[in-house]
Design a protein around this ligand. Structure first.
Ligand SMILES: C[S@@+](CC[C@H](N)C(=O)[O-])C[C@H]1O[C@@H](n2cnc3c(N)ncnc32)[C@H](O)[C@@H]1O
Length: 238
């Protein structure tokens, strides 16, 4: 993961790049101006080194991507690669996801991704697919905005599907083994640092896409698979 000294150097350099932002920048409602066009904006929450944002940005030049994470030394990798590749439709923002509404206007975001998040086994509310976080995403996303989740974790996958059932959300795709898909869509064939670790460990990769809608998640409600709650059926994705 690099020495502490290297981390500090990357952290400092991150702040000097032209494609990076943090809490000192007033970005709320300004992202169209920042990108210099009206293309739809997609965020990746907890993007780490930003491989997914970079991969999607290469596939879709007419969509703008923003990778969000709190760790500047990880974001450094994504931002540097974007500059080296000359990718102008991807930026990186160092903030706590919890405070997203301070950096984006309501409706500013068209779609979101979460790739290989920490499953937070001991605290459901810390999981990035819990009702608490879905409410945070809804504050900045278009009413028909979609949340894409790619994970190795059965716990995270199940929590996401349970939350969709609790909130009555439309689940557009529910794939329990991404790499068994034939053909495999290009947007699912992008690997991150953490995905590669889990692939080497022989884990099956799961993918869920849901429409977040206008609902407000009741963060006190709980269900679990053991109670036999019917979950959305497995689907193939377009
Ligand atoms: C397991 S890593 C996954 C990184 C990347 N998506 C990947 O697949 O390689 C989880 C990332 O989530 C970030 N993270 C977790 N909670 C966060 C929060 N509340 N705000 C910002 N970043 C967060 C961490 O800093 C870390 O980089």
């Amino acid at each position: 993961m690099g020495s502490p000294k290297n981390k500090l150097i990357k952290f400092a350099e991150f702040e000097t790049f032209e494609n990076t932002y943090d809490y000192t920048h007033e970005t709320k409602g300004k992202w169209r101006e920042i990108f210099g066009n009206d293309h739809p904006i997609v965020v990746e929450f907890a993007c780490g080194k930003g491989e997914y944002s970079l991969g999607l940005a290469k596939l879709n030049p007419h969509i703008n991507y923003i990778g969000i994470d709190i760790k500047g030394n990880r974001l450094w990798r994504g931002a540097k690669s974007a500059l080296e590749l000359g990718l102008t439709n991807v930026r990186f923002l160092r903030i706590q996801i919890d405070n997203a509404a301070s950096y984006f206007e309501t409706d500013e975001i068209f779609e979101a991704w979460i790739t290989f998040p920490d499953p937070q086994p001991h605290k459901r509310t810390k999981r990035l697919c819990s009702g608490k976080f879905l409410n945070i995403y809804r504050e900045i996303m278009h009413a028909q905005g979609k949340l894409n989740i790619k994970t190795d974790s059965d716990l995270f996958y199940q929590t996401a599907l349970e939350q969709a059932v609790l909130d009555g959300l439309t689940v557009e795709a529910n794939i329990n083994d991404v790499y068994a898909l034939r053909p495999l869509p290009e947007f699912l064939n992008i690997q991150t640092y953490y995905e590669n670790i889990w692939l080497r460990a022989g884990k099956k990769i799961k993918y869920v896409r849901m429409i977040l809608g206008n609902a407000t998640s009741d963060t006190d409600k709980r269900i679990s698979l053991e109670e036999g709650t019917p979950l959305p059926p497995l689907t193939e994705t377009a």
